[in-house]
Write a protein that binds this ligand. Structure first.
Ligand SMILES: NC(=O)c1ccc[n+]([C@@H]2O[C@H](COP(=O)([O-])OP(=O)(O)OC[C@H]3O[C@@H](n4cnc5c(N)ncnc54)[C@H](OP(=O)(O)O)[C@@H]3O)[C@@H](O)[C@H]2O)c1
Length: 189
């Protein structure tokens, strides 16, 4: 296992709770916060996984976030707008906390995370965001059996958030239940 990290999740539901359990199994020290808030001052890495409309209140309810590496997994379902004045939820998060910020784990189904490590090839986890968050996203993806792939800077978070409804629609259209994704090389190569 790679070095143990101190992780605080803001949100402990399908995404926050499942990742917290898997990261704990991987040897990390994980604290889960719900809507009562709390302190993240001790954390190396913070995961944000609350409903998009709750993001401002959720961040306001947690102390010690300044400058932290933060991984934002929220989605704007039903194509709702990001917080006023910001192009994406992730940009709002970055403006609020001021630390290295990633948009990650949002183009996945929480109900599948438990099965990632059993896949024959690690499912991809497409993310965008700051280079300062790369090590955290790569490690925490690898530790649950996924492979992080970087789609560019945080300015692309609006595109990544906008892609989520399309991703969900496409998976439904495939008609095979919930799906992982993986970019793969041509077999002939
Ligand atoms: N479910 C998925 O497969 C999936 C996939 C990709 C992305 N996402 C995104 O991830 C986020 C979380 O989804 P989820 O399915 O994990 O939701 P969920 O199971 O409903 O859990 C939501 C969590 O947010 C917390 N919360 C709600 N209002 C809050 C507030 N005002 N302040 C602080 N915390 C608050 C809840 O706290 P309590 O525990 O105190 O109730 C709960 O722990 C959403 O943005 C969703 O779009 C979900």
């Amino acid at each position: 296992m790679s070095a143990a990290r101190k992780i605080t999740t803001i949100g402990r539901g399908t995404i926050g709770g499942t990742l917290a359990r898997l990261w704990t199994s991987a040897g990390h020290e994980v604290v889960q916060l719900g809507r009562a808030g709390g302190d993240a001052g001790d954390a190396d890495i913070v995961l944000l996984a609350v409903p998009h409309a709750a993001v401002p209140a959720a961040l306001a309810g947690v102390t010690g976030l300044e400058g932290k590496v933060i991984i934002d997994a929220t989605n704007r379902l039903d194509d709702v707008d990001p917080p006023d004045g910001f192009p994406s939820v992730a940009a709002f998060v970055k403006a609020t906390t001021g630390g290295p910020t990633a948009k990650a784990f949002n183009l996945n189904f929480g109900a599948l995370f438990d099965q990632a490590s059993a896949a024959s090839i690690p499912p991809h986890n497409l993310w965008v965001g700051d280079e300062g968050a790369r090590a955290a996203v790569e490690q925490l993806s690898r530790d649950i059996g996924m492979k992080a792939i970087h789609g560019g800077p945080l300015e692309r978070a609006a595109a990544q958030e906008a892609f989520a409804p399309m991703f969900i629609a496409a998976v439904k259209d495939a008609g095979e239940g919930l799906l992982f994704y993986r970019f793969f090389a041509p077999e002939a190569r």
